[in-house]
Design a protein around this ligand. Structure first.
Ligand SMILES: Nc1ncnc2c1ncn2[C@@H]1O[C@H](COP(=O)(O)OP(=O)(O)OP(=O)(O)O)[C@@H](O)[C@H]1O
Ligand SMILES: [Mg+2]
Length: 277
């Protein structure tokens, strides 16, 4: 059965894209078949990994779910790793449909009906807002990973993110659960970052992944080259951390989900929350 996990945090630069692609790379290395869906209109990492610029556009298929969805799936140079790349018109979806109800279940529809067989994981990279694209991901997913960094403004964004997850659980997707909160871009040698880690662990206990992702210039280098760290610097500490994370994610699968059809209307409540962000 496919596990669908979205990577969400309202805060920009909190490590969503880095987590998505490096976790995907590590899972793929561990022989899992992984599909990354890039829902961020910025989509820089996915553009460098992507091979085929032709074919249908993610934004069009998302708005009108059809069997074209399968054609969006592209192989990448990394074995077992496949990609649905972002396209800039995803931004148009945010602008045009952001305040209208009834568009929150499009991605779910695509995945329920048209996802090709054989994927162990679908990882969805979300934009830095609790927008229509993010709500599509939360409605489609069974699990959420929330990457956090040690910055001062992180806690407020995390609060908003958790509130949105709760709302989606209450309104449309009661099976949605938090796979884990991932602390990243952290230098454990500083007292400041040690305190940040202690604070998160005392507050979120088991919800925190044991793995912490250290600050490393290699994260930027790998992103620039469009390679997961496990391919770019296979023997680095950073690659090892993502391997541990992949093992944790794979083992946090105590409960199994099937994709069930939900009521199509998300209702005004979610729309109004989305519109407020
Ligand atoms: N462990 C790390 N060490 C050093 N730099 C890192 C690390 N993790 C992420 N970064 C850098 O932090 C920046 C932001 O990371 P990333 O793009 O993953 O965040 P994001 O949440 O996806 O951002 P956005 O909200 O804009 O989509 C990037 O330049 C990335 O290379
Ligand atoms: Mg990103």
């Amino acid at each position: 059965m496919t596990r669908i996990i979205c990577i969400v945090n309202r805060k920009g630069g909190s490590g969503k894209t880095t987590t998505t692609f490096n976790l995907a790379g590590a899972l793929a290395e561990q022989r899992h078949r992984v599909l990354v869906i890039d829902l961020d209109p910025q989509g820089s990492f996915s553009r460098s990994l992507s091979i085929n610029g032709d074919g249908p556009k993610t934004s069009s298929v998302l708005m009108t779910p059809s069997d074209e969805f399968a054609k969006l799936v592209q192989p990448t140079p990394v074995e077992n790793l496949f990609l649905i790349p972002a396209d800039p018109d995803l931004k148009v979806i945010e602008l045009r449909y952001g305040e209208l109800a009834g568009h929150h279940n499009r991605l779910r529809s695509c995945l329920t009906k048209f996802l090709p067989d054989g994927f162990d994981f679908v990882l969805i990279d979300c934009p830095p807002s609790l927008s229509i694209l993010t709500s599509n991901a939360l409605v489609a997913a069974q699990e959420v990973i929330i990457p956090v960094d040690g910055s001062t403004y992180g806690t407020e964004a995390l609060k908003d993110t958790l509130e949105s997850i709760k709302l989606v659980q209450e309104e449309v997707n009661p099976d949605l659960r938090i796979c884990g909160i991932l602390l990243g871009n952290i230098n454990r040698r500083t007292i400041y970052d040690q305190t940040i880690e202690e604070t998160y662990r005392s507050r979120f206990t088991d919800t925190m992944f044991d793995t912490v992702i250290p600050t490393s210039i290699k994260a930027d280098e790998a992103a620039m080259l469009g390679k997961p760290i496990t391919n770019y610097a296979s023997s680095s500490d950073l690659a090892q951390c993502y391997r541990h994370l992949a093992e944790e994610v794979a083992s946090r699968n105590k409960k199994r989900w099937s994709i069930r059809k939900k009521s199509s209307g998300l209702g005004k409540k979610l729309s109004s929350i989305v519109a407020r962000r």
